[in-house]
Design a protein around this ligand. Structure first.
Ligand code: NAI
Length: 712
């Protein structure tokens, strides 16, 4: 795991090499072995200097989050941090020079080990990165990063790295002063040895007499901006929902007022506090562990060989079809992009041309690479061009007859074992599959707009969809580097169905006479990316209205009007305010300047005399989504809580600090959640009545997630 060799020249090399892992990670075992090796080199008089490196392509990826999420003993966590601090302080102050030779990426605790060395030399590799991304899973750099980084590069730059969790290339890490030297990969060890034999200074700047914090620390001229304005800005972005952001700022502020050992102790306290709290566990579980499992296709049917793709058909070159063509070609696959008119098909390809032009302009792609991707996309109006496609994805108008027509035409050309996928956002897959001669190979692939940015694909199995078809669809999603979740057929599937409850809750509030600005702010304070009224404008109020009309026609007497339906009808039928596309909806969209709430809303939807507490509104907006998710699970639309959580965060931006729609229930506690829902149901109606699944869980004191069972 950790190899130690001591040469005749007195240079010891400590090499991270975890055999059973693709990347080195910090956990109890590897840390114990590393500590033993370091202690040995410090105690051995024959050792004159130490190189810390890795036998793998990368240095260390950070802490093992599978182990971290299980930590629940405050004293043990604090002691672990202090143990790490003691070890790294020994490295810094023992009098022997330590150099980190980084063959590639060094993140989190990996970078912190390097920061505790007296010099950092990195191999010149284009994809290698350094950074402190802990904040992205709700944690802070607990291995000394919050103390060493600001003492090395100044508080402001250090906070940029830690609060944003941004990763830097080796070149920019060198210009920021985090890395001392970047050398060709084959010269890495030689450069480290040269530095050691050149009689280096084996002390850290902060242990030298007369040391001054770059930029002046807490009392410097920039401190006001860094700590006062910075704190306000960070709060405006996190809205107080992400305790790690404030904890990182506190660590730096408090740490720079005192000596480094005291600062490290403060960091250990803040780290313990964060790791014991729910937010870090929620984020580790959903954004790292469960998202990782989804990306590795953990739920893919076993025994089906991996599908090999070379050519994909995309029907409909509109907004979605054009985006699907782009991500598919970027994955190196040929695309046949079909529309009813050659100009429309060409326009669809033009979307890729636009995105690639931007990439070339930003030096993220060469013009040769751009041409190769463009050559992969063939715009056409001829179904015969679909011959040889292993998969066809339709993204034509949301209309059953049109979808049935293109299904038949495509199936007449493609091979027997090709997959036919529909990107419908609302129409049940089993019904659409009736137009297919081979419904076992028919499946839903629900992309999100804009396709090039949105990371999720919701895969929908129809009643007759085969395991083989599902496995092949998952292979495609992996190939285009998106995250799949798998759900069963239902109106709106999972994502649109639950997301719709958020938007409609906002409309219901408007109908009740809640101030529009209060509604919007409550949504954002709850952590949703956009308020529900703004979201309605984005989706298009007209489209939501159409879907409601279609549902009403399909369900007949069984239709129950959702709350706020009158608001939707008034906006579309009476006021002609259809949403953002038409330039006016709940907001006005002036040609110049920012959007603003339409002042006419007050006349149309009179305000109630008494306005509710913002906390109540936030609770309604989040809980209504969690309850609908629980219904999806109860009905078998969802089959796992992990998919529910990952899908909610990646699909429509459900707040990551909650861990997702069902982790939220665990965070609140099932009994409290059910009791709160009962109260909400009394006040606002049946949509808040908890489903039986939740009541049963509350009776038994169950949770959706048991982190102690998570395994890598
Ligand atoms: P769009 O109106 O931008 O594009 C549809 C395209 O299909 C048009 O270019 C049209 O000419 C073409 N088309 C129509 N009939 C055709 C036929 N018989 N043969 C070939 N091409 C035909 O629509 P958009 O927004 O791209 O939606 C497409 C599908 O994706 C719909 O089923 C929609 O529900 C679904 N969807 C839309 C999302 C969105 O945010 N807009 C999100 C997820 C799914």
């Amino acid at each position: 795991m950790i190899d130690l060799s001591i040469g005749d020249d007195g240079i010891a090399v400590i090499t991270w090499n975890m055999a059973d892992r693709s990347m080195n990670v910090l956990n109890a075992d590897s840390m114990a072995a590393f500590a033993e090796a370091v202690t040995k080199t410090i105690g051995d008089d024959a050792v004159k200097g130490v190189i810390i490196t890795s036998a793998k392509d990368d240095f260390i990826a950070g802490a093992d989050l599978f182990a971290m999420i299980k930590a629940d003993d405050a004293q043990a966590i604090f002691d672990m941090c202090q143990g790490f601090h003691k070890l790294t302080r020994n490295m810094e102050t023992c009098g022997k020079p330590f150099v980190a030779a980084l063959p590639g990426t060094a993140l989190g605790g990996g970078l912190e080990i390097a920061l505790a060395c007296h010099r950092r030399i990195a191999a010149d590799k284009p994809n290698a990165q350094v950074g402190q991304p802990e904040v992205q899973v709700g944690l802070l750099p607990g291995g000394g990063g919050t103390q060493r980084l600001p003492r090395m590069i100044g508080a402001r730059d250090a906070l940029q790295v830690m609060v944003r969790g941004r990763k830097l290339s080796m070149a920019s890490a060198k210009s920021s002063g985090i890395i001392d030297e970047v050398v060709p990969a084959e010269k890495l060890m030689e450069a480290a040895k040269t530095w050691l034999t050149d009689k280096p200074d084996a002390s850290q700047p902060w242990d030298r007499k007369g040391y001054k914090i770059p930029g002046g620390g807490v009392w410097g001229p920039r401190a006001m901006e860094t700590f006062v304005a910075g704190n306000a800005m960070a709060h405006a972005e996190s809205r107080g929902n992400y305790p790690a952001v404030q904890a990182i700022m506190s660590c730096v502020y408090e740490g720079l007022l005192v000596d480094i050992d005291t600062g490290l102790r403060a960091e250990a306290r803040w780290f313990t506090n964060l790791l014991l709290g729910p937010v870090a566990k929620n984020m580790m579980r959903s954004l790292f562990i469960n998202m990782g499992a989804a990306n590795k296709l953990a739920s893919r049917p076993k025994g089906v060989p991996t599908a090999q793709y070379s050519k994909i058909g995309v029907l409909g070159a509109g907004m979605m079809g054009a985006g699907i063509a782009y991500v598919t070609a970027m994955a190196g696959l040929k695309v046949v992009l079909l529309d009813t008119d050659a100009k429309l098909a060409e326009k669809g390809k033009g979307y890729t041309e636009g995105l690639l032009a931007e990439r070339v302009a930003r030096f993220r792609m060469t013009s040769d690479e751009r041409d190769k991707v463009l050559d992969l996309i063939k715009p056409t109006t001829d179904f015969a061009d679909l011959a040889g496609c292993e998969m066809v994805i339709e993204a034509v108008f949301e209309h059953r007859d049109i979808k049935a027509d293109v299904t038949k035409k495509a199936e007449a050309v493609i091979g027997e074992d090709a997959v036919f996928a529909s990107n419908t956002s609302t129409l049940p897959i089993t019904g659409l599959a009736e137009a297919s001669a081979r419904p076992e190979s028919f499946i839903g692939l629900h992309f999100f707009s804009p396709v090039d940015k949105m990371p999720l694909v919701e895969i929908i199995e129809g009643e007759k969809t085969s395991d083989e078809c599902l496995a092949k669809a998952m292979d495609y999603v992996k190939r285009i580097r998106k995250t799949p979740i798998v759900v069963n057929d239902s109106r709106g599937f999972y994502t649109s169905r639950v997301f719709g409850t958020y938007v409609r809750e906002g409309l219901a509030m408007l109908a009740e006479g809640v101030k529009p600005a209060l509604i919007e702010n409550a949504g954002k304070l709850a952590g949703m990316p956009v308020g529900p009224l703004g979201m309605s404008d984005e989706v298009s109020i007209e489209l939501m209205h159409k879907v409601a009309q279609q549902t009403k026609a399909d369900l007949g007497d069984a239709y129950i009007a959702p709350p706020g339906e009158d608001v939707m009808s008034a906006m579309v039928e009476k006021l002609g305010r259809l949403g953002r596309k038409s330039g006016k909806g709940f907001y006005d969209y002036p040609e110049t300047g920012r959007k603003r709430l339409w002042p006419g809303l007050a006349d149309e939807f009179p305000l109630a005399d008494e306005q509710p507490d913002v906390e109540d509104l936030k609770q309604r907006m989040l809980y209504v989504q969690a309850i609908e998710t629980a219904r999806c699970l109860e009905e078998g639309v969802l089959t796992s809580a992990a998919d529910a959580d990952v899908g909610s965060i990646l699909g429509w931006g459900f707040p990551p600090y909650t861990g997702g729609t069902l982790s939220l229930v665990d965070m609140v506690g099932i009994e409290d959640f059910v009791a709160a829902c009962d109260r909400l149901a009394q006040r606002h109606g049946d949509r808040f009545t908890p489903p039986k699944l939740l009541r049963d869980m509350a009776d038994k004191g169950q949770r959706f997630h048991d982190d102690s069972k998570l395994a890598a």
